[in-house]
Design a protein around this ligand. Structure first.
Ligand code: CUA
Length: 328
C-alpha cells in the first residue's frame, strides 16, 4: 500500500499536473475537447473495471478465507464455461465502447481542414528550437507561433535532425516529427491567449527545455502582427544598437536571418520581430538581462545547443542585446 501511494505521488509529480497552463483537462479548442472526451470515456471505463475487480477480490478474500478447524485443501474446481464466457464478453463490449469514439476521433483529427477559416503552418523542429513557416503569408518565425483565434490551423510537421514531438496540451495532443517524413495535424484556439507548448519526445540533453508558445490573437491583432513581420523595424535605434548590428553581421548572421536585412542564415532561429516574442530561446524572459545571459553562455541554459559561446566582452554582448531588443 505504501509503495502504491509513492507511485501515485510520483505519477502526479512527473506528469506536471500542477501546471494549469498545460492541463489537458482544461481544453481551449475543439481538438483538445474531442481528445479529452475520449480520455474521459476511457477513465470512466477503467474506474468501473477497477471498482468491480476490487470488490470481487475483497468478497472472495473474506467469503473463502480459511476458517478454524479447516485443515483440508479446499474443493478444487477446473473450468467453468459460464464464467469464462462472462469475463471474455464483458471486456469485448468495453473495448467496443472505447474503440468507436477513439477511431472516429482519430479520423476526424487526421482530416486536413478546408474552407475560409483555415490556415497552413509548417513546423520545423531542430535541437532544441522550433521554426514556424506561414507558406501562404511568406512569413517565418521561431519559438512563438501566432495564430488567429477561431481559425483551423493545418500543421505540417518536419524535423531537421532527430525525432521530436509537438505538444500544446490545451490545444491538441502530441504529434511526432520524424526524420524523412511529413506528419500532419490541425488545431484551433477558441479564446485569445498564450498556450504553452513542449517537445514531448526525448531528443537530447535539452529536450526538457525545448519549449515554445502558441499565441492566439484576435483577427485584428493577427493581421497587425502579419504586417509587422512583413515590414519589420530593423534600423538600429541607438549608437549602442548600431554597434550591435555590426557585431551581429560578424558573429551571428551566418546562422540567423532577419527579414528586411542582408542577414540570411538558416542554421538557427529566424530573429525577425525578436523583441515582440515573450521568451528568449523558449525558456528565458525576453529582457536585456536574460538576452545577455543567453548570448554569454548558451550551453549553460540549453546543454547541447549548436549556438556557440562567442568570444565577446560584456560591452559587446550588451550592444548585441540592444540591437536585438530593437527588432520589432
Ligand atoms: Cu525535441 Cu525533445
Amino acid at each position: 500500500i505504501g509503495l502504491l501511494f509513492v507511485m501515485v505521488g510520483l505519477l502526479f509529480g512527473l506528469t506536471g499536473c500542477g501546471r494549469t497552463d498545460m492541463s489537458v483537462f482544461d481544453p481551449a479548442g475543439p481538438v483538445a475537447k474531442m481528445e479529452l472526451s475520449v480520455i474521459m470515456t476511457s477513465v470512466y471505463i477503467m474506474t468501473g473495471v477497477f471498482i468491480v475487480a476490487m470488490a470481487i477480490l475483497v468478497y472472495v478474500l473474506i467469503r473463502f478465507r480459511r476458517r478454524k478447524g479447516q485443515d483440508l485443501p479446499p474443493k478444487q474446481v477446473e473450468g467453468n464455461n459460464w464464467m469464462e464466457l462472462t469475463w471474455t464478453i464483458i471486456p469485448l463490449i468495453l473495448m467496443g465502447i472505447l474503440a468507436v469514439p477513439t477511431v472516429s476521433t482519430a479520423f476526424a483529427l487526421d482530416q486536413k481542414q478546408t474552407g475560409p477559416n483555415t490556415m497552413n503552418v509548417t513546423v520545423k523542429a531542430s535541437q532544441f528550437w522550433w521554426q514556424f513557416e506561414y507558406p501562404d503569408l511568406g512569413i517565418v518565425t521561431a519559438q512563438a507561433l501566432h495564430i488567429p483565434v477561431g481559425t483551423k490551423v493545418n500543421l505540417k510537421l518536419e524535423t531537421t535532425d532527430v525525432m521530436h514531438s509537438f505538444w500544446v496540451p490545451r490545444l491538441a495532443g502530441k504529434t511526432d516529427l520524424i526524420p524523412g517524413r511529413v506528419n500532419t495535424m490541425w488545431f484551433e484556439a477558441s479564446q485569445p491567449g498564450e498556450y504553452q507548448g513542449k517537445c514531448a519526445e526525448y531528443c537530447g540533453p535539452s529536450h526538457g527545455v525545448m519549449d515554445f508558445v502558441v499565441i492566439a490573437d484576435t483577427p485584428q491583432q493577427f493581421q497587425a502582427w502579419v504586417q509587422k513581420m512583413k515590414n519589420p523595424q530593423v534600423q538600429p535605434t541607438s549608437a549602442q544598437a548600431a554597434e550591435g548590428e555590426k557585431l551581429f553581421a560578424q558573429n551571428c548572421a551566418t546562422c540567423h536571418a532577419i527579414a528586411g536585412t542582408n542577414f540570411k542564415g538558416v542554421l538557427g532561429p529566424d530573429l525577425t520581430g525578436f523583441a515582440d516574442r515573450p521568451k528568449v530561446a523558449g525558456v528565458l524572459d525576453n529582457n536585456p538581462t536574460d538576452v545577455e545571459k543567453w548570448i554569454s553562455d548558451p550551453a549553460a541554459i540549453k546543454p547541447g545547443t549548436k549556438m556557440p559561446k562567442l568570444p565577446l566582452n560584456q560591452q559587446q554582448i550588451s550592444a548585441l542585446s540592444a540591437f536585438l531588443e530593437g527588432l520589432k
